[in-house]
Design a protein around this ligand. Structure first.
Ligand SMILES: C[S@@+](CC[C@H](N)C(=O)[O-])C[C@H]1O[C@@H](n2cnc3c(N)ncnc32)[C@H](O)[C@@H]1O
Length: 248
C-alpha cells in the first residue's frame, strides 16, 4: 500500500485542489483524435478524472489507495458524473487489452522509489501499452529534476529517465513545465507529454526528428521536444493550437 492511503485520510487540503492545467491540455488532444474511453491511472481523489468525465469522455479512474477512491466516488456522485472507479496496482491492471482510447497519468510515475523502481516503471509502461488501443494516446506527467536533490518520498525524473520510460511510444508533444502538484498548494516543475502507442500503426513514413531547446536556470521558457516536419498534419496543427492556447 502506498503512503497515499494514509495521506487521503488525514490531509483534506487535497480535496480543494483544482484540476491541473495539464488535464485541460490532454483533454483537447483526446478530443482531436476522437478518443472516447479514457483511463485515469493514479487518479487519487479524482480532481482530473472529474474534468475528463465532464468533457464527455467515458472515464475509468484507477488508483491503489482506497481512501482516495472513496473521496473520488463521493465527489463524482455529487457532480452526477458517471465515472467507474477501480482499485488496482498500476503494475497489474485489471483491464482488457486495447480497452482504452487514451490513458491519462498525472503524478504517479515519480512515486516509485524502491530499489526496483526501474522495473516497476517498465512494468507500468508496458501495462499502459497493453490497455491502449492501437494508435491510442498517453498523456503523461511527472515531477522533473535531479533525483539526488529531490523531495522526500519521490524520485524526480531527468530527461534521460523520461526517455527511457516512454521508449516504444511516439512522442507527439513534450515539455518541461510548471504545474500545480496534486495538492494544488504550489507549482512544481514537471515533464508533460502526449505520446502515441506504436509508431508503425500510426504511420510508417514518420521520421523522428527530436528538437530540444534547453532551459537555462531562472528562465521561464519551455523545454519542448516534439516531432519534426514530417509529423502527421492533423497532430501538428493541434499541437500548435494547443501550445498557444495553454501558455500564460
Ligand atoms: C501525486 S498523487 C496524484 C493523484 C492524481 N493523479 C492527482 O493529480 O490528483 C499519486 C497517486 O498515485 C497513486 N499510486 C501510487 N502507486 C500506485 C500504484 N502502484 N498503483 C496505482 N496507483 C498508485 C497514489 O495512491 C496517488 O493517488
Amino acid at each position: 500500500m502506498t503512503r497515499w492511503q494514509d495521506f487521503y485520510d488525514v490531509d483534506l487540503r487535497v480535496l480543494t485542489a483544482p484540476p491541473s492545467d495539464f488535464v485541460k491540455f490532454a483533454a483537447e488532444w483526446f478530443t482531436s483524435v476522437g478518443a472516447k474511453t479514457i483511463l485515469d491511472l493514479g487518479c487519487g481523489i479524482g480532481r482530473d478524472t472529474c474534468l475528463l468525465a465532464a468533457s464527455e469522455f467515458e472515464v475509468v479512474g484507477c488508483d491503489m489507495a482506497m481512501s482516495g477512491l472513496t473521496h473520488a466516488q463521493r465527489i463524482a456522485n455529487e457532480k452526477h458524473l458517471p465515472i467507474v472507479f477501480q482499485q488496482a496496482d498500476a503494475r497489474d491492471l485489471p483491464f482488457s487489452d486495447a480497452q482504452f482510447d487514451a490513458v491519462y497519468c498525472f503524478g504517479m510515475l515519480h512515486e516509485f522509489t524502491g530499489e526496483n523502481y526501474q522495473a516497476d516503471i517498465r512494468t507500468i509502461m508496458s501495462e499502459i501499452q497493453r490497455v491502449l488501443a492501437p494508435q491510442g494516446l498517453l498523456a503523461l506527467a511527472m515531477l522533473s529534476g535531479d533525483p539526488q536533490a529531490g523531495l522526500p518520498h519521490v524520485r524526480l525524473f531527468t530527461a534521460e529517465d523520461l526517455d527511457k520510460a516512454v521508449h516504444g511510444f511516439t512522442p507527439l508533444f513534450q515539455r518541461e513545465h510548471n504545474d500545480i502538484g496534486c495538492t494544488g498548494i504550489r507549482p512544481y516543475r514537471m515533464w508533460q507529454g502526449i505520446y502515441q502507442r506504436d509508431i508503425r500503426a500510426f504511420s510508417p513514413s514518420i521520421e523522428l526528428n527530436l528538437i530540444q531547446t534547453p532551459v537555462s536556470p531562472g528562465e521561464s521558457g519551455e523545454n519542448i521536444r516534439t516531432t519534426g516536419q514530417k509529423f502527421h498534419e492533423k497532430y501538428a496543427r493541434a499541437m500548435q493550437r494547443l501550445a498557444g492556447g495553454v501558455e500564460k
